[in-house]
Design a protein around this ligand. Structure first.
Ligand code: FES
Length: 277
């Protein structure tokens, strides 16, 4: 790493008080300056803030938006999750590939654009969708993909790809996004008139049998379903006995006796409704 880079990284670390607790700010600033957080940069950051290299690397390797390798100035992250696949994202990917002359995962030779696949970006109802740096583009087609590349090559900034604004706060001057909210009807969860603590008060007023009935009939999947089964187990075990396996930080947990000083962590949430403590 050059002397200039060395100085720049030290300056960034100093700006954040050489504080290892500001690691996210530091690595983001380094990535913004250099386009990535290289292995050498991680060593340097660790030295500057007086921590171990693994502390830096654990942050950089955890977040998909941080990279140890140089990417293009613009990164197109095309959602390739199931909904987008059903809505034709492969055709969009093909158009991006053809127009850019690169494959997914590559960067154009001029260093301008990187094309990547991404898991769900939360735009399932407006798929196929992509992030162009931080700009969301929705309802993509092959033509739209080609047009995006043409505009980026004309050096338009990603936010200039937004030609029409979505509804609600998407049109706010500080947001300026093409996303539409697609919330059509107020219900008990979305857009409901609720006062803080209302749901909790309702849950606490329910009997254990009512809680079990609700979790059984809620059509829960995955974690929710497991939580429901655990609740039923709790009930069968009687007050003060929760049995299960595995991870103490999650809902599943340790066998627990009725001793007051034994604490359930995540599982406590589910133990309470069925009288476990
Ligand atoms: S599955 Fe593609 S945005 Fe959600």
């Amino acid at each position: 790493m050059s002397q200039d880079s060395d100085t720049a990284i030290k300056t960034i670390c100093k700006h954040y008080g050489n504080d290892a607790g500001r690691m996210m700010d530091i690595v983001l600033a380094v990535q913004e300056k250099f386009g990535c957080v290289s292995s050498a940069a991680m060593d340097m950051i660790a030295r500057a803030v007086g921590t171990k290299r693994v502390e830096v690397e654990s942050v950089v390797s955890f977040y998909a938006f941080l990279s140890t390798e140089q990417k293009g100035k613009v990164v197109i992250r095309l959602c390739h999750d199931v909904i987008d696949c059903m809505r034709g994202c492969d055709r969009v990917a093909e158009a991006f590939r053809e127009e850019l002359g690169i494959d997914v995962g590559d960067t154009t030779p001029d260093g301008l654009i990187t094309l990547e696949y991404a898991p769900c970006i939360g735009m399932c109802d407006q798929a196929p969708a992509a992030l162009v740096n931080e700009t969301v583009v929705t309802h993509l087609s092959s033509d739209a993909a080609r047009e995006i590349v043409r505009k980026l090559r004309q050096r338009l900034a990603p936010h200039q790809l937004v030609e029409h604004l979505g509804d609600g706060n998407n049109a706010h001057p500080l947001v300026q996004s093409m996303v539409v909210n697609n919330i059509r009807k107020a219900g008990p969860v979305v857009l409901a008139e609720l006062t803080p603590g209302q749901a909790l008060a309702k849950a606490l007023a329910m009997t254990p049998a009512e809680v079990i009935r609700d979790v059984k009939t809620a059509r829960l999947r995955e974690g929710g379903r497991r939580a429901a089964l655990r609740a039923v187990q709790c009930r069968r075990g009687g007050a003060g006995h929760v049995q299960g396996s595995g991870d103490p930080d999650r809902v599943s947990g340790r066998g627990v006796r009725g001793d007051d000083d034994l604490r359930l962590r995540g599982r406590r949430r589910h133990g309470h409704p069925v009288s476990a403590r």
